[in-house]
Write a protein that binds this ligand. Structure first.
Ligand code: FES
Length: 118
């Protein structure tokens, strides 16, 4: 099983193929934001990669990051845990002023992923 390390939190094993946004919440146990419910719209599921950044991204992720002029982060709702990764959690419920983290993302990537190499 892939290992997910969250800086300052610890390391957990994640079921192969699990969405990173869900692994952050369920395996790492952090209050990761996902305001749009994992649909590549809000960008609140963003993380910084320290190691193991995937070399592919969904077109939906590419487009929303470009539209908002955001760089240096990845959207955890658009990433599958299929190898070891180390991330910095930079978008959490605590201190956000939001009432909740957002509704639970589905098990599979939404919208249906089309991949491009980065
Ligand atoms: S972009 Fe909204 S949860 Fe990922």
């Amino acid at each position: 099983m892939p290992k997910l390390t969250v800086e300052g939190v610890g390391q957990s094993e994640v079921p192969q193929g699990k969405r990173l946004v869900l692994a952050l919440e369920q395996e790492a146990g952090i209050d990761q934001l996902h305001a749009c419910g994992g649909h590549a719209r809000c960008t609140t599921c963003r993380v910084e990669f320290l190691e193991g950044e995937p070399d592919r991204m969904t077109i939906a992720e590419r487009d929303v990051l470009a539209a908002r002029g955001i760089s240096g982060v990845r959207l955890s709702c658009q990433i599958i845990c299929d190898h070891d990764m180390t991330v910095r959690a930079i978008s959490r419920l605590a201190g956000s002023g939001r009432k909740d983290a957002g509704h639970l993302p589905a098990a599979g990537i939404e919208p249906p992923p089309e991949w491009v190499t980065v």
